[in-house]
Write a protein that binds this ligand. Structure first.
Ligand code: NDP
Ligand code: 2IT
Length: 448
């Protein structure tokens, strides 16, 4: 959607000029601003309070050196980041990404998205994001621990259970969170819920591991039902084979769909009989191997090099669960041509602006990331509540709360899309509903 409003265009131009070399951040910002025009027209009070100028600027950006030593005694230096974007509605909250592509622009796009996502969860959480350009692939456990301890040695000065609560993201799972938690506790000499996604025997929440993928399917189920459709009997593509992808595959299958493909950054597997998820879990969660292994153990399946090809497989529903910009215009056109009717995003910003145009032009249902994948951070919020209460809830209790939250998120997107004259545009609905809550809190708290 093109921005026409002069004030929004000027804000975008000024923000772009102040943040050179950050294309992912500008992409995320442009998408949000492109949907806020009807809000700006109705709510001059928010413009007058300078809310938009403030909301695009992170409250604080921390960049630090992370020195560590590999198993051969060789020193390495990575760069660590934590962007504390917005604390209007709660402590900063958001994951830590460990991937060689990480830079300040990537962390800012993720932090900016997180502000609106967390607002949609109905829980009191502000937005933040962190990470490092460290590559966990091929590292030993000991090297991972050395890195995580060094990362936390600096980060621990800037976070806290009531200040900023990091969690997992790409490359950061329970193992990394465990090492970071141990180091925080050791340096700060306090046992607090400063990270989420912790192990179950030291303050972690049941269902956090499953939450993003399950939440994605709960949201998608609501969106399908509202449009007279369901998962039952549908053919589904799930990109990625990490935390989000695995549990999206599990829940979509439980809903009666057949997931026929998954991927990693090297290639994709196609299994016409439906993905054997126990095998994927064994390869990815237990052995930490590549998805290619799948066809070694299940020769009736196919493996293809390159990750874009997955979008050329005919399907009814696509659930991108790997990384940003993984579906471009060409892939979106291939999906549409092959009859795909629904794209719902487990990853953050997996669709390029051109891909999103294709979804709308071809009448596909589109579940935008900040709404569809909010189940992970929502359950992190539930982990924070359990830590504060010094209690742990059962799997069923957490899962039921997660399900309720995803239903409310869909309703909020649907209602806002109708109220602002764009029925069925859940991207606009998510941006508007997420924005208004934060903007009103910022206005109420004065010019800070
Ligand atoms: P994982 O590290 O568990 O898995 C990431 C998966 O995506 C892997 O299969 C990985 O393949 C693939 N991938 C990563 N980078 C690329 C790339 N550049 N090109 C192709 N494939 C790639 O991460 P998660 O499952 O936790 O995260 C996946 C997405 O979901 C991310 O966008 C993340 O921000 C988002 N998300 C995660 C949440 C969570 O709770 N974990 C919550 C909400 C959103 P490979 O092994 O080859 O790198
Ligand atoms: O993008 C995300 O929402 C996450 N990686 C989860 C963040 C969290 O704090 O659980």
């Amino acid at each position: 959607m093109a921005i026409k409003n002069a004030y929004l265009l000027d804000l975008l131009a000024r923000t772009e000029k102040r943040n050179p070399g950050e294309p992912e951040f500008i992409q995320a910002l442009t998408e949000v601003l492109s949907t806020l025009e009807p809000v700006i027209e109705k709510r001059q009070d928010l413009v007058d309070a300078g809310v938009l100028e403030r909301i695009v600027e992170p409250e604080r950006q921390i960049i630090f050196r992370v020195p560590w030593v590999d198993d051969n005694g060789k020193p390495h230096v990575n760069r660590g980041f934590r962007v504390q974007y917005n604390s209007a509605i709660g402590p900063y909250k958001g994951g830590i990404r460990l991937h060689p592509s990480v830079n300040i622009g990537i962390i800012k796009f993720l932090g900016f998205e997180q502000v609106f996502k967390n607002s949609l969860t109905t829980l009191p959480m502000g937005g933040g994001k962190g990470g490092s350009d460290f590559d966990p692939k091929g590292k030993s456990d000991n090297e991972i621990m050395n890195f995580c301890q060094s990362f936390m040695t600096e980060l621990c000065r800037h976070i806290g259970a009531d200040l900023d609560v990091p969690a997992g993201d790409i490359g950061t799972g329970a193992r990394e969170i465990g090492y970071m938690f141990g180091q925080y506790k050791r340096i700060r000499n306090e046992w607090v819920g400063v990270l989420t996604g912790k192990g179950l025997n030291y303050g972690g929440s049941l269902a956090r591991k499953e939450a993003t993928g399950y939440g994605l399917c709960y949201f998608t189920h609501e969106m399908l039902q509202a449009n007279g459709m369901s998962f039952e009997g549908k053919t589904v593509l799930v990109s990625g084979s990490g935390n989000v992808a695995i549990y999206a595959c599990e829940k979509a299958t439980e809903y009666g769909a057949k997931v026929v493909a998954m991927s990693d950054s090297n290639g994709y597997i196609y299994d016409k009989d439906g993905i054997d998820l126990a095998l994927v879990k064994q390869i990815k969660e237990v052995e930490r191997k590549r998805i290619k292994e799948y066809v070694e153990r299940k020769p009736s399946a196919e493996y293809h090099e390159g990750c874009k090809g997955i979008w050329t497989i005919p399907c009814d529903i696509a659930l991108p669960c790997a990384t940003q910009n993984e579906i471009d215009g060409e892939s979106a056109r291939a999906l549409a041509k092959n009859g795909c009717k629904v794209v719902s995003e487990g990853a953050n910003m997996p669709s390029t602006p051109e891909a999103i145009e294709v979804y709308f032009e071809s009448g596909m249902l589109y579940g935008p990331a900040k709404a569809a994948n909010a189940g992970g951070v929502a359950t992190s919020g539930l982990e924070m509540s359990q830590n504060s209460l010094r209690l742990s809830w059962s799997f069923e209790e957490v899962d039921e709360k997660l399900h309720g939250i995803m239903k409310s998120i869909f309703k909020a997107c649907d209602t806002a899309s109708k109220e602002y004259g764009m029925p069925g545009n859940y991207m606009a609905g998510a941006n508007i509903a997420g924005f208004i809550k934060v903007a009103e809190a910022m206005k109420a708290q004065g010019n800070v």
